[in-house]
Design a binder for this molecule. Structure first.
Ligand code: HEC
Ligand code: HEC
Ligand code: HEC
Ligand code: HEC
Ligand code: HEC
Ligand code: HEC
Ligand code: HEC
Ligand code: HEC
Ligand code: HEC
Ligand code: HEC
Length: 286
């Protein structure tokens, strides 16, 4: 036999081994009756369900409610079918995770929301009434998150705030409510990486770096909202003087011609506060 024939033979064998599990999958797993059977008694539910993304799911109703044979044989025996309302949050989520354990949902187990006893069905409803909402959410996202996070809601109504009310960013522009490997369930691995995702110009590199900017943007800013301009936590000059002593810019009254006698806001003279690329921008003046 030539080399080419061997390769063909090996390829054929590989295909045959792939084909076996496929035919096995086509059979109904034990105790399953199929969505059509459920629909005979739950007509309205089945009709509404057909418009949701789960209608594409191969296992239909039973992918979530489990095998329905016993329930059907019992003429609709309630005790013989999985009912999400009676499940503990972690058991309920485990059902969804049988299919949704990848991508955005991969960090769910042990996440802050999981450990605070939220379940997938706290935020998602597979049986929506009427029009099927985006991602099967029980409420529009902003409303959903701020039902529990009242402090964040309050911040968003302050004078300085991330443009969430205006619809330019949402909570999930920065957070993954399913958990993440970053701090505070951020989509990125650090606070600064999160900010750079949209404020790329702040990443630098800069010839003259301002140490606290590199360390953590939240040293000076609150990402949700504040009563200062520019989401600042504290108003300058106090903001700056938390770290910088007044020795170089003493607070005695200056002679009227002195450059420190007016324009005393630190940023009038040090505007490049996030870093400077000017050869003589060491003091962030340019
Ligand atoms: C022979 C008719 C019949 C078939 C077929 C049927 N059900 Fe039911 N099912 C019922 C009845 C009747 C009830 C309501 C029992 C009650 O409220 O006392 C019910 C209740 C339920 C409940 C709610 C349980 C509760 O505690 O409120 C779920 C969930 C359910 N069925 C899912 C399914 C699924 C999934 C299928 C298909 C696998 C299915 N049913 C097939 C008749 C049926
Ligand atoms: C993606 C998972 C999922 C699929 C698929 C699914 N269900 Fe449900 N079902 C749920 C959840 C979760 C609840 C509980 C909803 C709640 O707590 O408000 C529920 C509740 C129910 C109930 C209880 C009554 C009610 O409306 O609260 C019935 C009956 C039911 N489902 C039938 C079905 C039938 C019939 C199908 C297929 C046509 C189906 N389900 C497919 C997850 C699913
Ligand atoms: C048997 C597998 C299976 C189970 C169990 C399952 N899903 Fe799904 N889910 C799917 C499939 C398939 C889709 C549609 C394709 C996709 O978006 O990946 C989907 C889509 C979704 C979507 C996206 C909707 C959209 O608009 O993009 C949400 C949200 C969702 N499922 C939530 C849940 C929740 C909550 C549960 C548990 C109550 C659950 N799923 C259980 C298979 C499953
Ligand atoms: C605190 C609320 C909350 C909880 C709890 C939650 N989700 Fe979500 N989920 C959301 C929001 C908000 C979106 C929409 C994100 C967007 O608009 O891109 C979403 C989107 C999704 C999507 C579709 C887009 C994607 O990320 O793939 C799926 C699937 C999904 N969730 C499944 C789940 C599963 C499974 C669980 C439980 C393990 C769960 N969710 C728990 C809020 C939640
Ligand atoms: C049912 C109530 C509830 C809903 C709805 C809810 N959360 Fe939470 N969330 C909590 C609880 C409880 C905690 C833990 C206590 C805390 O930090 O406030 C938490 C914590 C968080 C944290 C901090 C995580 C950490 O590790 O420090 C973030 C971020 C968060 N939630 C974002 C969201 C987003 C985004 C949404 C909307 C998609 C949302 N939450 C919806 C209850 C909720
Ligand atoms: C522009 C990005 C951004 C947006 C939009 C955003 N957050 Fe945050 N959030 C952050 C950052 C950054 C942190 C701090 C994370 C850390 O240091 O652990 C945080 C922390 C949190 C925490 C934990 C707070 C604490 O004090 O420990 C909660 C809860 C939270 N956010 C909820 C929300 C909710 C709800 C929304 C939507 C209304 C939202 N966030 C929108 C960036 C954002
Ligand atoms: C998803 C994109 C996004 C992320 C991530 C993001 N921002 Fe923003 N940020 C915006 C948008 C949009 C504006 C409004 C810009 C405008 O209206 O011109 C803004 C405005 C600001 C402002 C000016 C606010 C004002 O009152 O003028 C500051 C300060 C700011 N962001 C800081 C941060 C910090 C710090 C982080 C990281 C915790 C961050 N941003 C993460 C999108 C983002
Ligand atoms: C040392 C304090 C401090 C730190 C740390 C800091 N900022 Fe700022 N930021 C300010 C001040 C002060 C202003 C107001 C500037 C002005 O009024 O000219 C500002 C303004 C902004 C603005 C709005 C105006 C503009 O320049 O676009 C954005 C966006 C911003 N900062 C993002 C960030 C990001 C992203 C980080 C982290 C990489 C960060 N800041 C770290 C002090 C700081
Ligand atoms: C969290 C502490 C902190 C805050 C807040 C802070 N800085 Fe700084 N700043 C530093 C550190 C640390 C350095 C680096 C000092 C060094 O290298 O000797 C620095 C360097 C500087 C320099 C360069 C001078 C030099 O010695 O290299 C200037 C100018 C400056 N900061 C101005 C400001 C202004 C203006 C503000 C307010 C908008 C501010 N800083 C807020 C910590 C801070
Ligand atoms: C009128 C302009 C002006 C104002 C307002 C101003 N600075 Fe300066 N600052 C300067 C100049 C010019 C230098 C460089 C001085 C030098 O090199 O001799 C400087 C130097 C510095 C340095 C470098 C450290 C040092 O001792 O040389 C720091 C830190 C600093 N300023 C912080 C601040 C803070 C904080 C404020 C607000 C309280 C502020 N500046 C307000 C002009 C100003």
């Amino acid at each position: 036999m030539g080399k080419r024939a061997w390769i063909l033979l090996a390829a054929a064998a590989a295909f045959a081994s792939l084909a076996v599990p496929r035919t096995a999958l086509a059979e109904e797993p034990s105790g399953m009756v199929g969505t059509q059977t459920c629909a005979t008694c739950h007509e309205d539910t089945a009709k509404a369900f057909a418009a949701t993304p789960h209608a594409q799911s191969a296992l239909g109703c039973e992918g979530c409610h489990g095998p329905g044979q016993a329930h059907v044989d019992g003429g609709g025996d309630k005790t013989k079918i999985r009912n999400f309302k009676t499940l503990a949050p972690s058991e309920s989520s485990a059902v969804c995770l049988t299919c949704h354990n990848k991508g955005m949902q991969s960090q769910w187990v042990g996440s802050t929301h999981d450990s605070r006893k939220l379940a997938c069905v706290t935020c998602h409803n597979p049986h929506p009434k009427g029009v099927v909402p985006k991602a099967l959410l029980v409420k529009p996202e902003f409303e959903l998150c701020t039902t529990c996070h009242l402090q964040r809601k309050a911040q968003l109504f302050r004078s300085g705030h991330m443009p969430m009310r205006e619809g330019k960013v949402t909570c999930t522009s920065c957070h993954n409510p399913h958990g993440s490997t970053g701090p505070g369930m951020l989509l990125q691995n650090s606070v600064n990486e999160n900010c750079y995702a949209c404020h790329a110009e702040k990443r630098g590199p800069f010839v003259w770096e301002h140490a606290p900017v590199r360390e953590n943007c939240l040293t000076c800013h609150d990402p949700h909202g504040s009563i200062q301009d520019n989401l600042l936590k504290v108003k300058p000059p106090i903001l700056c003087q938390q770290c910088h002593t007044a020795t170089r810019h003493p607070s005695q009254v200056h002679v009227s011609a002195d450059r420190f006698a007016f324009n005393h806001a630190c940023l009038n003279c040090h505007p490049m506060i996030h870093g400077s690329n000017h050869p003589s921008g060491m003091r962030f003046e340019r």
